[in-house]
Each structure stands twice: as C-alpha cells, then as structure tokens.
Design a protein around this ligand. Structure first.
Ligand code: HCA
Ligand code: CU
Length: 377
C-alpha cells in the first residue's frame, strides 16, 4: 500500500469528460502542473484520435518532464506504431473483454484478442518502450478467460496488466477478490482503473492496493467519461492518512489546490463544495463542541492536517450552534480583551442574532466589537 504509483489520466480519461476541450497550450500547462505535483506517469489521449492529438502527444513527450509519458491506444498494430512514433515512454494497450463489449463493440473472440495482444506487446517491447495490457470492463468479463489472457501477456513480458471497472459497478470486495486472484497469477505490476458511477472509485483504489495492485489511475477532480474516475485529490486524502510518510515525501501536496483550480478552469467547472481537502468547507469547524476541542487539539476532529496541503482550518462562530470557547478564540484574534464571563455574554448575543438570520463573519465581528465598545463606556 505504501509504494504505489499514480498514472494520471486527466489528459486521456479527462478528455472524455463532457466539458473537456484542451488546446495544446492548456495540455502543456496541465502536464507541467501534474509533473510538478509528482505523479509517476502522465497518460495522453491516443494519437490516432485526431491529427492534433498526434501533434500534442509528440510535443508533450519533448517537454523533458520527470513523469513518464504514456499514451492509451487500442490493442492493434497500427495504433501501437503511431504511439511509438510519438516518442512516448510507455504504451497502454486496451481491449474490451466482457461479453457485452465482445458482442456489441469490437466483435473479437478471446483467441483473437490474445493472439493480437501478444503480437502488439512484442512489437512495443522491441521498440524499447514500456507496455501495459488492460482488459476493459474486467469485472464483467469471464474470470477464467481474463486470467488466461493476463497469464499469457505476463509470460510475453508485459510491464503491467490493467484491471478496469469501466462501468463503475464494482464493490471493494469484488476488487479485492479479483486483484488478489490476479496477484497470484502474474508476476508483473498491476494497474487499476475505477469509474465512480456508484461512488466507490476511491475506496476501490485503496482496496486494490491492499490486494496487491501497484498502480492507480486518477484524474484531477475525477473528470472522465460520465461522472469520471478516482479523483487525484480525494485519493491523496485517502492515502495521506493510510501511508503518510510515503505520500508526504513523494508528492508536492501543497500544489494540489492550484492544480485543481487549473483543471477546473480549463473545463469550466467549480471545485465541489464537499471535495476532500479543497472543498470550501473541508476544514471548517462549526459546532461549539467541535470548535472547543479543535482549538485545544486539531486532531480531535481532523483526520488530515490542512497545513500538509498548504491550507488552514477555519473555526466558524457565525451560528446558533457556536460555543463560547470558539468565540473567545475569535476575540483574541481580533486583539480584544474580555473576561470569560464577558465572552459568554457576547456568545449569547451572537446566538440570539443567529436565531433570526444567517450571519456572516463580518456580522459576528461587529457584534463582538460593539459589545467590547459598550464595556469600555
Ligand atoms: C474507456 C476505456 C477505459 C480504459 C481503462 C484502462 C475504461 O474509456 O472505456 O485502459 O485501463 O474505463 O475501461 O478508460
Ligand atoms: Cu475509463
């Protein structure tokens, strides 16, 4: 669990998000920001998708980033050749293996899939490029079929095999079982990719690591096909708690917020209010009981220290559920002197006002200041 690698797919899966359109300059900005954050791999849209995708892929390969550059292509020779031509460090091959996709999408038998996969893998390897093979819709594929396929590609020397929950229907228990079984069958690395249709994408990613996976696919804010995949930020929130030393030493966590803002801006969305870490209220404490304890020791009601991400906590005193300890701390912040009795009295005034209408921080400060002024007269 504490040696995982991130395959950041904002520039591939993320381009499948309904709102996404990345011009070359924006792609380069995002690639640099991801590199600065410290992701291990940056995955790009297939160069076969369009002429501009091909040019952009080449450009990003030439930026000299620390992160390895991957592109994601269908498992066939023509696509693989285009990918290698771009100068990528690695090629992510994908083909659908569920009966749904075999019947309604590409129409290939498992035998043909395997034969093609082995040829393409051999070609990519011979070009000195890293190669991953993934079965799309792994969780609705026949287990015996895909294990045989993974075993064959492992023997052929693939660097990673990938498991994808393409439709977002997998539960953590299903993930654990599949990855655990796969871990016993292949020796290569295991990459995982989770869609978030049922809200399990972060939990599934953690569970996959617990079961022996080595790589997790993410995108900034989770953008991708439909409602997207494991969000980078939420995954960082999860992993900074699970593997603090690894995560804090490896990733530039303080750059998360600006990275999310960059992508949110590029695809014209807001950062969700309840986003882990960067949501506007992620470190806001409101109830008096919470506030009192937080002021004494933040760990009482915080699993993550906001300063790790360059952020600060906020103790709200603008409500009827506030408490006098929180108000006292605000009084001190404002540089005013009051006895505890006086703080309790002004707290009562705040509660009275907050019973009538919602208060803004300025309103509460004015109540405190005018009470303080009255004391002096
Ligand atoms: C898709 C493909 C994919 C591929 C994942 C992978 C998926 O858009 O359908 O290569 O591991 O979700 O299956 O994103
Ligand atoms: Cu996907």
């Amino acid at each position: 669990v504490d040696n995982f690698k991130i395959i950041e797919s904002t520039l591939r899966e993320g381009e499948q998000f309904a709102n996404a359109f990345f011009d070359t300059e924006t792609k380069i900005k995002i690639a640099r920001a991801l590199d600065n954050f410290g992701v291990d791999y940056i995955e790009l849209t297939s160069p076969v998708s369009s002429p501009q995708s091909y040019e952009d892929c080449k450009r990003i390969c030439q930026l000299g980033l620390k992160a390895k550059i991957l592109t994601h292509v269908r498992c066939n020779m023509d696509d693989a050749k285009k990918a290698v031509e771009c100068g990528v460090d690695g090629v992510d091959l994908v083909i659908g293996t569920s009966s749904f996709l075999r019947e309604y999408s590409h129409g290939k038998s498992m035998e043909l899939i395997q034969k093609t996969a082995l040829e393409v893998i051999e070609y990519v390897k011979s070009a000195g490029v890293e190669v991953r093979f993934s079965s799309e819709d792994s969780f609705r594929s026949d287990l015996v079929d895909i294990l045989a396929l993974y075993k064959a590609v492992d023997r052929a020397g693939v660097n990673r095999v990938g498991v994808a929950d393409t439709v977002g229907g997998a539960t953590p228990r299903m993930v654990y079982d599949l990855v655990r079984t796969l871990r016993g069958v292949v020796g290569c690395d295991i990459e995982t990719h989770f869609h978030d249709d049922t809200g399990c994408a972060v939990g599934n990613a953690l569970t996959a690591l617990e079961a022996g996976a080595t790589h997790v696919d993410t995108s900034v804010l989770g953008i991708g096909e439909r409602n997207g995949i494991t969000p980078l930020g939420a995954f960082m929130a999860r992993m900074v708690v699970t593997a603090p030393d690894y995560v804090t030493s490896k990733y530039n966590l303080k750059a998360l917020k600006s990275l999310e803002e960059l992508v949110a801006d590029a695809v014209q969305i807001n950062i969700p209010f309840n986003n882990p870490i960067t949501g506007f209220c992620a470190f806001t404490h409101k109830a008096g009981i919470h506030a009192k304890a937080i002021l004494a020791n933040p760990s009482t009601y915080e699993i993550i220290d906001p300063s790790l991400f360059g952020l600060t906590r906020y103790v709200s005193i603008n409500s009827r559920i506030t408490g006098w300890n929180a108000v006292k701390s605000r009084v001190e912040q404002l540089g005013l002197k009051m006895t505890d009795e006086q703080v309790k009295e002004v707290t009562a005034k705040i509660k009275q006002m907050a019973d009538i209408r919602p208060l803004a921080i300025d309103d509460t400060d004015s109540i405190i200041r005018s009470y303080h002024l009255d004391l002096q007269q």
